[in-house]
Design a binder for this molecule. Structure first.
Ligand SMILES: NC(=O)c1ccc[n+]([C@@H]2O[C@H](COP(=O)([O-])OP(=O)(O)OC[C@H]3O[C@@H](n4cnc5c(N)ncnc54)[C@H](OP(=O)(O)O)[C@@H]3O)[C@@H](O)[C@H]2O)c1
Length: 271
């Protein structure tokens, strides 16, 4: 059996492999990397490292050879047309390599969004269905670290969390929780075929909750200020995706509560 993971040098990929190592022997894991140097620490752990570049389809058959399970971590490319082509390369190679089970990290509740990244994730899911092999769709919520775009240290020093006007609420989660759940799915042979998981928090939080946490952690009052002069690209993205639908899928896969917003923010603020 071999569990092959693309994007293994990325933040999510590293965390998934870290958790997977607690459940399966290193010899069963293959880390696929676009750059071999950052993959070297895996070799020291007994994990096979293979070269894999989504833009070089000729690299993919050898990378995926013998894969019982292949986890495709979505490409970080900023152009969704290129991402779709990269994903199509992976799907085609997975099919040719007779991968037994293809798992894909998409985005939560994509049908309820209206922008190119969610359409790209949906298109990838349909391409995987069309390829005809067993699949699992691991639809990741927004990572909680998106709050760094709000400049939390500045909010603490001003005593004011300036946000764009709107009725915002969020089902975000940490990469670490997602990684643990995804590792649990990868480690469970024969299960999870043709399932779709919405990996969100089971409840939502809003900017007032975030301001209260900043106050508590800093010992200084922080209030939310809705300000129409606030300009940040992230609000355009947030307004076009579903940030507030919830699911218990992540909690079920983890078998424990998710990391709280307070713990996540505390970690993000740590020096
Ligand atoms: N849910 C969310 O809020 C959210 C937020 C941001 C991104 N995402 C998506 O989630 C994915 C994983 O997140 P992350 O934090 O782990 O991202 P990340 O740290 O940027 O990792 C991306 C991984 O993809 C690899 N990669 C890039 N281009 C590639 C190519 N042409 N061929 C093969 N591998 C390639 C990178 O390799 P190198 O080390 O060589 O660059 C890296 O290992 C992202 O790629 C993105 O699609 C989700």
């Amino acid at each position: 059996m071999s569990i092959v993971i693309t994007g293994a040098t990325g933040k999510l990929g590293r965390l998934i492999i870290e958790r997977l190592l607690e459940q399966v022997p290193a010899q069963q894991i293959v880390a696929c990397v676009r750059r071999l140097d950052p993959g070297k620490p895996y070799e020291a752990q007994g994990i096979e490292v293979r070269y894999c570049d989504y833009d070089r389809p000729e690299s993919l058959a050898a990378a995926f050879a013998g894969a019982t399970r292949l986890l495709m971590i979505s490409s970080p490319h900023h152009d969704d047309t290129i991402r779709l082509r990269q994903h199509a390369h992976v799907i085609e190679a997975a099919k040719q390599s007779k991968v037994e089970h293809l798992l894909y990290t998409g985005f939560a509740f994509p049908e309820r969004g209206a922008c190119s990244p969610v359409w790209m994730h949906l298109a990838t899911e349909y391409a995987i269905r069309a390829a005809g092999m067993p699949f699992t769709f691991l639809r990741n919520a927004l990572y909680t670290d998106f709050v760094q775009a709000l400049d939390l240290p500045a909010a603490i020093s001003k005593g004011r969390l300036d946000v764009a006007p709107g009725d915002w609420s969020f089902h975000s989660v940490t990469r670490r929780d997602l990684a643990e759940a995804i590792a649990a799915v990868l480690a469970a042979p024969g299960e999870h075929h043709n399932r779709t998981y919405e990996l969100t928090a089971p409840g939502t939080w809003n900017f007032a909750d975030l301001a209260a946490i900043l106050s508590e952690l800093s010992g200084r009052p922080v209030a939310v200020q809705h300000d129409s002069s606030v300009r940040h690209w992230i609000y355009g993205f947030l307004s076009r995706i579903d940030t507030s639908s919830t699911s218990d899928d992540l909690v079920h896969l983890l078998g424990r509560p998710i990391t709280t917003l307070r713990e996540s923010v505390k970690e993000l603020l740590a020096p």
